[in-house]
Write a protein that binds this ligand. Structure first.
Ligand code: FAD
Ligand code: NAG
Length: 474
């Protein structure tokens, strides 16, 4: 791999180890939860920060849009893009106590628009992120309406740096005028989210099938499915929510799931119009869809709840950092590509985790490494670590697309990051709450957001939060 490195990169790799604390000029791409907390940590560390955000608000995923994309399956690269995948009825699938940043808990606030529930509706999360941006004065760091379309290496001064090319659209009465800007930064932190670029299931015969297909990215409200027969593919949190949302109005909902077992197959308890099947085997010209369990159904709509793919169209380092079967790599601890460390980093690639507190720890690590306060392993050590990690995945027979699935070891990972940063490890109540919620969600998918058995953990969390309240502990 090293011999493939262009000379510029070889020089970057030889750049001196940071010895005294340095302030860097850092670009952050995206002002969602990850970009906001990255900006906060970078500024706390003394760096100069510019956040690029193509939307005109902070919040990323949590900005609900009733609009859908021009290609609802999401395959046409020239389609109009809507960033958020939120549906109207969405409530969080994590309890608010566990969801918030570690030192800025997601507590109930007074106000007419506020949602005090433990698993609030999506507008409450956006309000929380707005509060976070306001309280830490982050909005002033953000350039709104500005899309990054190119990040690449340039020679400037002694060592290579990054050129960030962005396009801001100024709207006047009739037209929108693009203003392009090239700027040079020491470091780039990529926080562009990974729930926008759909992945769809491959179905034999689909080209001749006459019905309508869409991806859950473009699902908003159930009304469009009134009296329709729907085949829904997937078994993720969204698939579970959306199938129940639709079942209220659809004629029939047929769920195709890879993880179905004989015991759960067939008509779903509590519903007279919902069935669980194995995967779809084929689709046909006469409108029928055949499942692997042998059933054949005349279907109006196929809804792909099949997840997303990582997508960094602006990143012009593609021979060094690649996306291969949804593995972004090679990346040290899911954050630093060894060749470019610490000058480029990724926050928030992991999934099956509690996102915000993990973003916070990743950001502290990146900020501290960039200033030189936290030492990073050598390039060779990092590459060795990545190789060893990939080997364990191989040995467990896990495909590349599971690389950033952290369900089993997120807390171990967080504690490793915390130790690098000199922060306390994950709170015991947060770990226990994560597992308690997971169990409850499986046991009662319909009601886990309103009935729970871990109230004692809520009380422990609230006790812990007193230290962060305006008049509390410190
Ligand atoms: C349906 C759904 C439900 C979820 N439910 C929960 C939940 O209950 N609890 C929870 O904690 N998490 C949940 N999540 C996870 C959620 O993704 C994270 O909470 C978090 O919002 C991710 O933040 P992010 O900053 O990484 O990405 P995003 O929020 O996606 O932000 C990325 C930002 O980057 C901007 N951007 C992208 N490309 C560019 C570019 N080229 N130039 C400039 N700006 C750019 C985008 O406009 C966006 O603002 C859910 C996700 C989905 C999709
Ligand atoms: C994520 O990993 C866990 C543990 O390895 C596994 O049980 C789970 O099925 C994986 N999730 C998905 C959606 O692949």
């Amino acid at each position: 791999m090293a011999s493939r490195m262009p000379p510029t990169l070889q020089r970057l790799a030889m750049a001196p180890v940071i010895t005294s604390l340095s302030s860097r000029k850092v670009a952050v791409i995206g002002a969602g939860a990850a970009g906001l907390v990255a900006a906060r940590e970078l500024r706390r560390e003394g760096h100069k920060v510019v956040v690029f955000e193509r939307d005109d608000k902070v919040g990323g995923t949590w900005i609900y849009s009733p609009n859908v994309e021009s290609d609802q399956l999401g395959l046409d690269p020239s389609r109009t893009i809507v960033h958020s995948s939120l549906y109207d009825s969405l409530r969080t699938n994590l309890p608010r106590e566990s969801m918030g940043f570690r030192d800025y808990p997601f507590v109930v606030k007074d106000g007419k628009e506020r949602d005090p529930r433990r698993f609030p509706g999506h507008p409450e999360v956006l309000l929380y992120l707005d509060d976070f941006a306001r309280d830490f004065e982050l909005t002033e760091l953000v350039r709104f309406g500005t899309e990054v379309f190119h990040v690449g290496l340039v020679e400037e001064g002694k060592w290579p740096k990054w050129v960030v090319k962005s396009r801001r659209r100024i709207r006047n009465d009739q037209e929108s005028i693009p203003i392009d800007l090239d700027e040079v930064f020491d470091g780039v932190v990529v926080c562009n989210g990974h729930y926008t670029e759909p992945r769809v299931a491959e179905i034999p015969g689909i080209d001749a099938w006459p019905g309508k297909q869409m991806h859950s990215h473009n699902y908003r409200i159930p009304e469009l499915f009134q009296d329709k027969v729907v085949a829904l593919i997937g078994s993720s949190a969204s698939a579970v929510d959306i199938s129940r949302d639709i079942a209220r109005v659809a004629k029939e909902v047929h769920i195709a799931s890879r993880s179905v077992t004989d015991g759960t197959m067939g008509k779903q308890p509590g519903y007279n119009n919902m069935w669980l099947h194995s995967m779809i085997e084929s689709a046909h010209e006469d409108g029928t869809v055949i499942f692997q369990d042998g059933s054949s159904v005349l279907v109006d709509v196929i809804l792909h709840c099949t997840g997303y793919t990582y997508h960094f169209p602006f990143l012009k380092t593609n021979d060094i950092v690649t996306v291969d079967d949804n593995r972004v790599g090679p990346l040290y601890k899911h954050v630093f590509p060894p060749f470019f460390a610490p000058w480029i980093s990724f926050i928030g690639l992991t999934w099956k985790v509690i996102p915000f507190p993990m973003f916070e720890l990743q950001s502290k690590w990146v900020a501290g490494v960039l200033s030189g306060r936290i030492a990073l392993q050598s390039q060779d050590e990092m590459l060795e670590d990545v190789k060893a990690f990939y080997s364990t995945l191989d040995a467990d027979g896990l495909p590349k697309r599971y690389t950033h699935n952290m369900s089993d070891y997120q807390f171990e990972y967080n504690d490793w990051l915390a130790a690098q940063c000199g922060c306390p490890p994950s709170e015991e109540w947060r770990k226990k709450m994560y597992y308690a919620t997971g169990k409850n969600r499986v046991a009662r998918p319909e009601t886990y957001r309103d009935e729970w058995e871990d109230q004692h953990l809520v009380l422990q969390a609230q006790e812990d939060f007193i230290q962060y309240s305006p008049n509390g502990g410190r």
